[in-house]
Design a protein around this ligand. Structure first.
Ligand SMILES: [Zn+2]
Length: 349
């Protein structure tokens, strides 16, 4: 243990030793209840399944592979086998433990599946192949999305009425945006795109973030309340996505909140969504996108305004001061020639 290089080897060796030990402990613990539920037990679909015998399967856990021995039943009506113990442990039809699946979901949502497999191997000492990571990330992701969609539908039909938050915030912010995400060819097959040959290499993902901000920082700027953000992401078109956002707002207590604020980049679909789902909300183009639009406007008018950098600086100052009328007036200055018309002579300095 004299040098840093020695420690790296020792700590990894000890961790893998402890993992191995833990896997043995977990195996012994799980063996204590092999899941025998009598000669017959419910199959989950309303029938009785008969006990067949004990069967083993290996589950990859946070501690490494663990052999799980459990009672196996067969339902003659469903013509399928099942292990009640698997359902209880959250490993029905899968061979990854809930703990490992959480790692897969976390890493798989942040980086490519092969990189996620590498990360899990390096950080947690669990060997998974990229296809295995992909399969579980996609399956669990689809299940999570179905739950969100089902809950949104239940809120919409009022089969589910969310409890108001306690305390009820004064303002709830709903930020909505859309962006193109790169896709593998299989995901964009048959979809029209912007490539020269009509292919699509991205798909638009729509994002929603709901949050509150109740305090100000030292400069007087609002601070987002820690832990107040909830997120939505979907490939759905604007209309069904709007229902998801509305349901999430309802879940966050929108019916009890004094003021809703919808933040967007100015894209028409966002204001259509806001007007349809949140008619009483204040609609705000967020400052970053508003500045981006002013930059684009300055670029467009650069050939015609006398001093483009100064013109841009003046408009940004007006934006910061909230003087939108001044920006519109400057952009529609009658001294500029109209598109398609000949520049008038003698009116410009
Ligand atoms: Zn059955």
């Amino acid at each position: 243990l004299s040098g840093g290089g020695g420690l790296a080897g020792v700590e990894t060796a000890i961790r893998s030793g402890l993992q191995h030990l833990g896997a043995g402990l977990a195996e012994a613990l799980l063996d204590a209840d092999p899941g025998y539920r009598g000669p017959r037990t419910g199959c989950g679909a309303g029938h009785l399944a008969a006990f067949v015998g004990y069967r083993s399967k290996t589950v990859t856990t946070v501690l490494g592979p663990v052999r799980l021995r459990r009672a196996w039943y067969h339902c003659p009506t469903c013509r399928a086998g099942l292990a009640p113990r698997d359902v209880e442990l959250g490993v029905a039809a899968v061979r990854l433990s809930p703990g490992v699946r959480q790692m897969v979901a976390r890493t798989g949502s942040m980086v490519a599946f092969a990189a996620a497999a590498d990360l899990i191997g390096e950080l947690a000492g669990i060997a998974l192949t990229p296809p295995r990571v992909r399969r579980h990330a996609e399956t669990d992701g689809a299940t999570a999305a179905e739950l969100v969609i089902a809950e949104a539908a239940a809120i919409r039909t009022r089969d589910l009425v969310p409890m108001p938050p306690d305390p009820v915030p004064d303002i709830l912010y709903v930020a909505v945006d859309g962006t193109g995400v790169p896709m593998v060819p299989a995901e964009t097959q048959g979809r029209p795109g912007k490539q020269p040959d009509g292919r699509a290499v991205t798909r638009e993902v729509k994002l929603g973030c709901l949050f509150t901000q109740t305090t100000l920082d030292a400069d007087g700027h609002p601070v987002r309340d820690p832990g107040s953000s909830s997120y939505l992401a979907s490939f759905e078109p604007a209309e069904p996505f709007g229902h998801l956002v509305a349901a999430e707002a309802a879940r966050r207590g929108s019916a009890h909140i004094r003021q809703l604020v919808v933040l967007g980049d100015g894209a028409p679909w966002i204001w259509n969504l806001a007007t349809a789902r949140f008619p009483a909300a204040t609609q705000i183009v967020d400052l970053y996108h508003a500045r981006q639009h002013v930059h684009a406007l300055a670029d467009t008018l650069a050939f015609i305004v006398p001093d483009p950098p100064q013109w841009l600086a003046d408009r940004l100052a007006e934006l910061d001061a909230g003087n939108i009328e001044a920006i519109i007036a400057a952009a529609t200055d009658p001294a500029y020639p109209r598109p398609g018309s000949k520049p008038s002579t003698g009116t410009r300095p």
